[in-house]
Design a binder for this molecule. Structure first.
Ligand code: HQG
Length: 179
């Protein structure tokens, strides 16, 4: 069994599958196991546990008795995963692909298929996220100014900053030479 592949399926179930989780994002561990077993019959709760505790981005959380599981962020279906509303650092970063830049410069950032725009506190993470989409562009987001102007910021359990939209006036593209 390829744990990375399975993890992608788990994150699909827990972030994007209509009706699979409750209003706080929770699913029964037993349901996740059952669903994954339709593709990998040997999959079990122990393997899920291994995926959860070795995930390099801390994508998933269990409840206290480990009978329920949820994704910490990244949902496309409206859900309240109890993100912390916090004051952001003055600057946050967003990674995207150069081919999206014309549109982003015109209309700003929005979550596209996700509920929130994902931002990071370091530019390296942003560059990695950008590379997933093609030739990366790293954007400096003036989060401090946004907050002063009334925009809200949230931090997920696994330290991903999120906000609903970023208007173009708060976005500054980083010079490619220094990447
Ligand atoms: C772009 C991964 C054109 C946006 C990562 C991005 C992240 C626009 C793409 C998490 C736009 C959406 C999220 C506009 C935004 N016009 N393009 N107006 N506004 N975009 O995958 O941020 O591995 O939904 O720049 O680590 O790339 O899944 O978002 O390029 O934290 O756990 O539209 O996914 O985490 O792409 O990635 P995505 P993202 P996981």
């Amino acid at each position: 069994m390829n744990l990375n592949k399975i993890s992608r399926k788990v994150s699909f179930l827990l972030r994007h599958k209509e009706g699979f989780f409750d209003e706080h994002g929770w699913s029964d561990v037993a349901d996740v196991v059952k669903e994954i077993q339709t593709i990998y019959p040997d999959f079990d709760e122990g393997t899920l546990r291994e995926i959860v505790f070795t995930d390099e981005k801390g994508r998933y959380s269990y409840n206290q008795d480990e009978t329920r599981i949820r994704a910490n962020q990244g949902h496309s279906i409206p859900v309240d995963v109890e993100l912390k509303k916090l004051s952001p650092p003055e600057i946050l970063y967003h990674g995207t692909a150069t081919r999206f830049m014309n549109r982003i410069e015109r209309e700003g950032l929005n979550g596209q298929s996700r509920i929130y725009v994902h931002l990071s506190s370091d530019e390296e993470t942003a560059r990695k996220v950008g590379k997933r989409h093609g030739k990366p562009a790293v954007l400096r987001i003036h989060a401090g100014r946004m907050e002063q102007d009334g925009y809200e910021f949230f931090l997920s359990e696994n330290h991903v900053w999120q906000t609903k939209i970023v208007p173009a006036s708060y976005i500054e593209r980083m010079n490619e030479e220094i990447l």
